[in-house]
Design a protein around this ligand. Structure first.
Ligand code: HEC
Ligand code: HEC
Ligand code: HEC
Ligand code: HEC
Ligand code: HEC
Ligand code: HEC
Ligand code: HEC
Ligand code: HEC
Ligand code: HEC
Length: 356
């Protein structure tokens, strides 16, 4: 305390311009000499002393009401102080301890003032900086989002990180406000209109669907999607073409072949796939073409579908997105379709359909 007071006096003597003096006062430098003693009822923050606190946009109630000694214990009547308590205990004396939940955000267990200014601040909840900047003091997520080929720009706007994370504690992994899939469906339970595009409701795609994809039955959106950003389209965790045609290479379908054997599109044995006529692999026929392979999305929806085996009712085709119908019908040992691409065709694993 003494050192800083001396420094302060030297500084004020040296101040040449009134403008600098005014700035120093605004910043809370000593406008008046610090008293050696404190008087019981004298306010600490006035226009002359500790004025910086009174100039904050949002002032913490005990500081605004000059209850400084709630947090600063004076040594007798001397103008010297020790903290009333340290770390979270200081705040707990009025706010109580944080809720006991399964996951505790490490800094919240250590010291509340890493994120909150105890006197007040320009930001809501006396945060030392607004979210997401606050989080970026320690996490690289905002940088990842800026770099991603696709990203959840929502993570940087509005509630930003707090749309999906609690700041202090949570009963769910990664400080999520709810179970992971419920967190996603909180927003993706209805269509989202963004920059002229409508992202359909994922909840509608999977509720009451005839087939729901295995990982979604396991409530695991994260097996295919990164939460913040990704180097692939649609926040995907691995490669997947969003086009109708793509030259075939197993790497092009890295996402699907994480869990499914690529032999379903490369191998002509019975074991490889059920999408075959006798032993002829119809996945290979459609997909495995070096120039114009049809991609998985031509026939399959990623989340859920009104037909068996995740077969979609229709697929957008061409620049205008004509909904090309598939008209798939399953039989006991095969199936058939009457799509917009060719005449009706059928396949049978046991009694191969004669091909023309
Ligand atoms: C809710 C608790 C709390 C209240 C109330 C409070 N302070 Fe503080 N104050 C702190 C804590 C904690 C620190 C240490 C901050 C740090 O280490 O960054 C601090 C630091 C300070 C400092 C030194 C650092 C600085 O910010 O300049 C001064 C001076 C100060 N307080 C004055 C006051 C005055 C005057 C009041 C009343 C108007 C007051 N405080 C009310 C908790 C409080
Ligand atoms: C002496 C009692 C006291 C202490 C100690 C105290 N606070 Fe407060 N705090 C209050 C009061 C009173 C309010 C105003 C509550 C209201 O308006 O409902 C408040 C409000 C807040 C708010 C605004 C949000 C809200 O609930 O209204 C935050 C954030 C906050 N305090 C954080 C802290 C932190 C962090 C600490 C520890 C550094 C701390 N407080 C220590 C009394 C205290
Ligand atoms: C990692 C940063 C961080 C730390 C550390 C932290 N907080 Fe917070 N706190 C926040 C953020 C962000 C909000 C705003 C939450 C929101 O809007 O959902 C907040 C909100 C609050 C609020 C007001 C809303 C509420 O939840 O009641 C209080 C009071 C509060 N914090 C107290 C504390 C206390 C006490 C501690 C220490 C035990 C603490 N905070 C530690 C970031 C933090
Ligand atoms: C002062 C540094 C600091 C700040 C500020 C901070 N965090 Fe953290 N955060 C940590 C530390 C340390 C961990 C624990 C990391 C570990 O255990 O590996 C953590 C863990 C997390 C986790 C949990 C990771 C997991 O997988 O369980 C999430 C989510 C998180 N922080 C989000 C946030 C958000 C959102 C904000 C802004 C509101 C924020 N953090 C602000 C330091 C910080
Ligand atoms: C749309 C929801 C959502 C938003 C918005 C979001 N997160 Fe996350 N975050 C998650 C999910 C889900 C996980 C768990 C990831 C997993 O399961 O692999 C996670 C994990 C984390 C982790 C731990 C793992 C890691 O990547 O380091 C941190 C830290 C984190 N988030 C910080 C942030 C920060 C900081 C922001 C704001 C810039 C933010 N998050 C915004 C959903 C979100
Ligand atoms: C707070 C609301 C919110 C939550 C929670 C949320 N999203 Fe999103 N999501 C959006 C918005 C808004 C968009 C539009 C893109 C953007 O962020 O600008 C989007 C876009 C997407 C996209 C498409 C990205 C693209 O480039 O086509 C995917 C995939 C996605 N979200 C998956 C998820 C997953 C998985 C979760 C759970 C971890 C989740 N979302 C949670 C709001 C949310
Ligand atoms: C098996 C992998 C997989 C799982 C699991 C998965 N998705 Fe997807 N998701 C995809 C693929 C692939 C796309 C891209 C589809 C396309 O562009 O045709 C996609 C697209 C999306 C889109 C963007 C749709 C659009 O039209 O832009 C959202 C939003 C989305 N998923 C949310 C979710 C949510 C929420 C979950 C969990 C309930 C989830 N996904 C689970 C693979 C998956
Ligand atoms: C995280 C692992 C995982 C990923 C990634 C994945 N799947 Fe699946 N898939 C499964 C599981 C598990 C099943 C359910 C298997 C069962 O019911 O026996 C399944 C089932 C299917 C089915 C339906 C099978 C049937 O006969 O009903 C199709 C079609 C399918 N996946 C296509 C895809 C496509 C296309 C991709 C790439 C976009 C993909 N999968 C990515 C795990 C995954
Ligand atoms: C031309 C349409 C079409 C295309 C393109 C297509 N599939 Fe299929 N797929 C089907 C049909 C039809 C079935 C159902 C076979 C049955 O059980 O009768 C199926 C079944 C599946 C199954 C269940 C297991 C099996 O092999 O029978 C998986 C997994 C699968 N497909 C993944 C994929 C992946 C991954 C891609 C892209 C690399 C893809 N499909 C492309 C039509 C297609």
């Amino acid at each position: 305390m003494r050192t800083s007071r001396n420094r302060c006096r030297r500084l004020s003597e040296a101040l040449l311009s009134a403008a600098i003096l005014a700035a120093a006062v605004r910043a809370g430098a000593c406008a008046a000499e610090a008293p050696k003693e404190i008087k019981p009822d004298a306010p600490c923050a006035t226009s002359a002393c500790h004025a910086d606190i009174l100039q904050l946009k949002n002032i913490h109630a005990p500081a605004a009401s000059n209850e400084c000694t709630a947090c600063h214990n004076p040594k007798g009547n001397r103008h010297e102080f020790t903290p009333a308590a340290r770390g979270p205990d200081l705040c707990a004396s009025c706010h109580g301890p944080l809720d006991k939940k399964k996951v505790l955000h490490k800094p919240a267990g250590e010291d509340c003032i890493t994120c909150h200014n105890p006197h007040g601040s320009e930001n809501k909840d006396f945060l030392v900086s607004p979210v997401p900047d606050l989080c970026s003091n320690c996490h690289e997520v905002a940088k990842e989002i800026a770099k991603g080929k696709s990203s959840h720009s929502i993570a940087l706007e509005g509630k930003a990180c707090l749309a999906c994370h609690n700041a202090h504690t949570s009963d769910f992994e990664h400080l999520l406000p709810a179970k992971p899939m419920a967190t996603c469906l909180g927003c993706h339970g209805q269509p989202i209109v963004q920059k002229g595009r409508t992202i359909p409701s994922v909840k509608n795609e999977i509720t009451g669907a005839q087939s729901v994809h295995g990982p979604i039955r396991d409530e695991d959106c994260a097996s295919c999607h990164a939460p913040h950003a990704s180097a692939q389209i649609a926040l995907l965790t691995a490669a997947y073409p969003a086009t109708f045609y793509a030259p075939f290479a197993p790497e092009t379908y890295g996402l699907c072949f994480q869990c499914h054997d690529q032999s379903l599109a490369t191998d002509d044995t019975k074991a490889a796939t059920s999408f075959r006529n006798g032993t002829r692999n119809l996945h290979a026929l459609h997909v495995n073409d070096k120039v114009k392979g049809r991609t998985c999305l031509v026939c399959h929806a990623p989340h859920g579908a009104g037909l068996p085996h995740l077969i979609r009712g229709s697929v957008p085709f061409g620049p205008a997105g004509w909904p090309l119908p598939i008209r798939f019908q399953e039989t006991k040992s095969g199936g058939g379709c009457a799509p917009g691409c060719h005449l009706p065709k059928a396949y049978d694993r046991e009694k191969p359909v004669k091909e023309d």
